[in-house]
Design a protein around this ligand. Structure first.
Ligand code: ARG
Length: 544
């Protein structure tokens, strides 16, 4: 409810004579006490907070929005809002282009997904994709010029392995028929034959890729294409869009260059065997180039910071699991040392592991990974029937379950994903949000005419208006925390209040005035949830 909070904060600032911001305005834990509260203790300085609160309550002018001001406890001001005025203002705010969300400036890169070649995306990519995509949507909505990038793991010694394996036991026919399966088979098989000779042959092929040898390049490009085709199907299915697809290969040369520069300037050390590494005072050392001359992942990330800075990004965000926390610490430290990326705010948007109950039982036979696709299939299958109800749009509902399940916990924490919880119509779940939105859509499609703010709001309606007004702050908090969880939990709370309203306040059967006013609430609820769901990457449905 930032709009009311700002209104109250502005008046308080004038009265107190020092900056009170909307952030200082709280919501009383017990709504009976008021709609908003201000703890006077924070600004009382030498004075007794209680008596200052009393003075402020006296001086507080009457406004259209604030009906009453009370003093409570050791120094709280409680404000009671005029619900009809709040509804008017909320309607105007939510129906503006920004819906009240603070509009930011700047060019932001959101890098996520970034799978490796020749391997299907696995369960680890599930949370990554959901998180990265939602973040991209949210930042875009908050006014940023936000660009999503898929930075493929398409360079390095691994790729020589696949080529060598293909030359050894690959089949053109299998590859064309079932590319991902065949590439992954090759990958698994070659890794089982870990003898020195195999390793050497594989390294030989990586060298040939790096040197631009014709056959090696042709095969590498083919594997890259096949991988992308396969991954694109998953993105399409999940409604995930990338503004650009790049990869480690695109900065491989620049990485070599940076290593030379690093050695010249003494940022990096060289070992007797020719390998190049970095030392830190308080972080473990790290190798950037092996003795065989091949460069590592970190070197390419470093070169990429330079590239993104040249592209004039103001913010550079990496959505990558917390297993790589150390990698990003080392990366950012090295960038500082090289004096690159100073104009750009680079951040590792780290997140915890997603564990799905019963995942062992669905693990694909070979290679011991659970493909992301298997999880999506299972979600769709489970969504065909929820709580004894046949579901029309099981694909969209299954996806909603998986996406909400991946977003509904703070990103720093791991998730124990439970199918029962994710596919429930009670409490926090994707299908629950979709269902509430569908309910509003169906009321609106049966209604004659549109809503209007007439008559007096009941307590239940008032509660709903207060929740609706909270939409912009929920988005703002997600932007600030770089975490869709704030918006996700807000939407669940909002749906809960809407469903109480739905059960207590008849809409289409009510008298004209009540009907029109409630219709307006239903319209606003639909608009907020349409947008909110879209920002989380969840499809809103007319029927389910
Ligand atoms: N391809 C890497 C992997 O699968 C993830 C890349 C993350 N992004 C980055 N700029 N390092 O582990």
């Amino acid at each position: 409810m930032k709009l009311a909070e700002e209104h109250v904060a502005d008046i308080l600032s004038d009265l107190v004579g020092n900056g009170v911001s909307s952030r200082d305005i709280e919501r009383p834990p017990n709504p009976e006490h008021g709609d908003l509260a201000f703890p006077v203790m924070g600004v009382a300085e030498e004075r007794d907070p209680r008596s200052l609160a009393e003075d402020l309550a006296d001086e507080f002018p009457e406004t259209d929005l604030v009906n009453a001001v009370d003093v409570a406890g050791p120094g709280y001001l409680n404000f009671r809002l005029d619900s009809s005025e709040l509804l008017d203002r909320t309607e105007a705010q939510l129906r503006s282009d920004s819906m009240g969300v603070e509009q930011r400036d700047g060019k932001v890169l959101v890098e996520f997904s970034s799978p490796n070649l020749a391997k299907p995306m696995h369960i680890g990519h599930l949370r990554n994709n959901c998180l990265g995509d939602a973040l991209h949507r949210i930042l875009d909505f908050a006014g940023y010029d936000a660009l999503s990038e898929n930075y493929l793991g398409d360079w390095g010694t691994k790729h020589g392995q696949v080529i060598y394996a293909y030359k050894q036991f690959g089949s053109r026919e299998d590859l064309v028929q079932n590319p991902m399966e065949h590439m992954y088979d090759l990958y698994v098989r070659i890794n089982q034959e870990a003898d020195e000779e195999t390793q050497e042959k594989a390294r030989e092929w990586s060298r040939r890729i790096e040197e631009g040898d014709e056959e090696a390049t042709r095969l590498w490009e083919m594997f890259r294409e096949f991988t992308l085709d396969h991954d694109m199907e998953d993105y399409q299915r999940m409604d995930i869009r990338f503004d650009r697809i790049t990869g480690e290969s695109k900065v491989a040369e620049e990485a070599e260059e940076m290593l030379r520069e690093g050695l010249e300037n003494g940022y990096l050390e060289e070992d007797d065997d020719g390998s190049v590494y970095a030392e830190f005072e308080d972080l473990p050392d790290v190798v950037l180039k092996r003795s065989d001359g091949s460069t590592l992942y970190l070197a390419r990330d470093l070169a990429n910071i330079k590239k993104r800075e040249l592209e004039q990004f103001d913010r550079n965000l990496y959505v990558v699991a917390n297993e790589q926390d150390l990698h990003f610490k080392q990366l950012f430290r090295l960038a500082e040392r090289f004096g690159i990326g100073e104009e750009m705010d680079s951040q590792h948007v780290s997140y915890g592991y997603l564990n799905i109950e019963g995942q062992e039982s669905m693990s694909s036979s070979k290679g011991n990974i659970i493909e992301m696709r298997e999880v999506l299939d299972r979600a769709e299958q489970k969504a065909e029937r929820i709580e004894d109800r046949e579901i029309d749009a099981s694909e969209a509902v299954g996806l909603a379950a998986v996406k909400y399940g991946s977003l509904s916990v703070s990103r720093s924490k791991g998730i124990e994903f439970s199918w029962d919880r994710a596919l429930s119509f009670e409490g926090e779940s994707g299908p629950y949000l979709q269902y509430s939105n569908t309910r509003a859509r169906s009321i609106l499609s049966d209604a004659n005419g549109t809503g209007e703010n007439l008559g007096e709001l009941t307590d239940q309606e008032r509660k709903l208006v207060c929740e609706l007004a909270g939409f912009p702050s929920a988005v703002d908090s997600s932007v600030e925390a770089l975490d869709p969880v704030k918006l996700a939990s807000y939407l669940s709370r909002l749906c809960e209040v809407f469903n109480q309203f739905y059960h207590e306040c008849p809409v289409l059967q009510a008298d004209e005035k009540d009907m029109r006013r409630r219709l307006l609430l239903v319209e606003l609820f639909r608009e907020v949830t349409d947008t909110g769901l879209e920002l989380l990457g969840i499809e809103a449905l007319n029927r389910m």
